[in-house]
Every structure is written in C-alpha cells, then in structure tokens.
Design a binder for this molecule. Structure first.
Ligand SMILES: [Zn+2]
Ligand SMILES: [Zn+2]
Length: 85
C-alpha cells in the first residue's frame, strides 16, 4: 500500500490522481484537495469547483477577482428583462 502523500496514512482504499503529468496517492478527497486544489489568489480558499481564471491566476468567485483588480468577471449575465424574479 502506498502512503497518502498529504498525511502519510496507509489505507486500503487509497486512490491515485493523475494531474499535470504526475500521479499522486491520497487516502481521502480532503487530503487530495489540500495538496492539489488551486487556491484563490485573494481569500486563499481551495477551489474545488470550476472557479475563475484570469491573467493566469485562480479565483473562487467574481468578488475575489475584483479585489485583485480584475473587473471583467461577473457573477451573472445581465438580466435582459426575461428572467424570473
Ligand atoms: Zn491523507
Ligand atoms: Zn476567493
């Protein structure tokens, strides 16, 4: 059994994740997120959804991107008067 590269635990249900040409072993998604998930440039939370990318940096949301001076990203498309309230 291979040890989790985050916490060192050896676990019979450990799994591998291949990313960026390298393979990593973890005992839990929590450990995988801690090691592999990109961090929001502004608030530093691990980004476990799609997140946002701008100027080569990752952000968790439009608010955090704006804090870094990126104005182009928004939370939603403009309401053209057809969306339900
Ligand atoms: Zn672990
Ligand atoms: Zn953030």
């Amino acid at each position: 059994m291979t040890a989790c590269e985050c916490c060192g635990n050896t676990y019979d249900k450990a799994f591998e994740i291949s990313i960026g040409g390298t393979t990593h072993t973890f005992d839990s998604f929590q450990c995988a997120i801690n090691v592999l998930a990109p961090r929001c440039l502004h608030c530093k939370v691990p980004i476990i959804g799609q997140g946002m990318e701008a100027r080569g940096q990752y952000f968790c949301c439009a608010h955090c991107a704006r804090q870094a001076g990126i104005q182009e990203v928004v939370d939603r498309a403009p309401d053209r008067g057809v969306a339900a309230p």
